[in-house]
Design a protein around this ligand. Structure first.
Ligand code: KG4
Ligand code: ZN
Length: 328
């Protein structure tokens, strides 16, 4: 089964060709400059960029795989959740390409895609496993027992982890996206310099909350004043990263203490973070669980993960999918 997948749920325009779980091509066109001056993603700007980029990204994915559209068995596209205008570009394009060639089309849930990144070759991970997904839009613990679904064991009650990192980075005058910028600056800082709250420490359970740590960073910088905040930016970045990652790894530890999970996986853009990967490694070693880490480019948004999820989704035949809409 050779699948051509499209992913346009946020600010990355992505297309990939995956054949029996092997990535043949995986093209990602990001738009950081378009959003940088706003310090975050502007939905309307993202939609317009997807429109400009999507055809050439699809062409590049087909060319990279050395195939024509006629050679693919099915198409797949992220249908939900995401920015509605951005999703619509991918859904409309996938519908048009599939309809023109009378091929079936699979509708994929973006979060299922992040989980399914772990099913890709080489070394695919078989369920059951516990998957921590932390991205710019979502933060959740998924109990994965089947390839086509997962249970939400805990999720954020406010901001997503990546969103908190992006907002913290903006506060510290760093670029967008904030996660990598904070990670880089944190290398020169002391993670214990400031005692920022991890969030919902006393609540127990597997839910997350990042609004408190973000506010704590704001108050800390206000107290320090502009010049001192600037001078101690690396310490602030390191302490903030430690608090956000600390909450993620706390919940991971809790989930592992509550359930029998022989394997653990990480997904979503924040899973590219070196500190999170290292801490998750230590926790899994202590517990004797296997930790599966996909490369960073499969953690952040990409279409190979959508094709991977599509392998376990019932494809809709032509012309059934022509009535599809995107849902945010
Ligand atoms: O999964 P993703 O590419 O898009 C969404 O579905 O949201 O995640 C993007 C998020 C951004 O908030 C970005 O700051 C964060 O992932 N991110 C990171 C790193 N790389 C990307 N956070 C921490 N460390 C990183 N290295
Ligand atoms: Zn994502």
């Amino acid at each position: 089964m050779r699948i051509l997948a499209l992913e346009t749920s946020c600010d990355d325009t992505c297309a990939a060709v995956v054949e029996a779980g092997e990535i043949r091509s995986n093209v990602i066109s990001s738009q950081p400059e378009a959003h940088e001056r706003f310090g975050g993603i502007v939905p309307e700007v993202a939609s317009r960029h997807h429109l400009e980029l999507v055809n050439s990204v699809v062409d590049a994915a087909l060319e990279g795989a050395g195939v024509d559209l006629g050679d693919v068995d099915a198409l797949a596209v992220t249908r939900r959740p995401g920015l509605i205008g951005a999703l619509l570009v991918g859904v409309s394009t996938a519908k048009a390409l599939a309809a023109a060639t009378r091929k079936p089309l699979c509708a994929v849930d973006h979060l299922h895609g992040h989980v399914a990144a772990n099913f890709l070759e080489p070394d695919p991970l078989d369920p059951p496993f516990l998957c921590l997904i932390a991205s710019g839009g979502h933060t959740l613990l998924a109990g994965v027992r089947e390839r086509d679904r997962f249970d939400v064991l805990g999720q954020t009650r406010d901001d997503a982890a990546g969103e908190a990192l992006d907002k913290g980075a903006r506060l510290l005058g760093l670029g967008f996206p904030g996660g990598p910028a904070i990670e880089q600056l944190a290398q020169d800082g002391d993670p214990e310099a400031f005692d920022l709250p991890k969030g919902m420490d006393r609540a127990g359970g597997l839910d997350f909350s990042f609004s408190g740590v973000k506010t704590a960073l704001l108050y800390t910088t206000r107290e320090l004043g502009e010049a001192e905040s600037e001078r101690r930016r690396a310490d602030l970045a390191a302490s903030y990263q430690a608090a956000v990652v600390g909450q993620l790894t706390d919940r991971l530890e809790r989930a592992l203490a509550e359930g029998e999970w022989e394997a653990v996986a990480l997904g979503g853009g924040v899973a590219a973070n070196g500190l999170l990967r290292a801490r998750a490694g230590e926790i899994c070693r202590e517990r004797g669980s296997r930790l599966k880490l996909v490369p960073a480019e499969l953690c952040t948004d990409n279409a190979a993960m959508i094709a991977s999820a599509a392998r376990f989704v019932e494809p809709a035949p032509y012309p059934e999918y022509l009535a599809w809409d995107a849902t945010s």
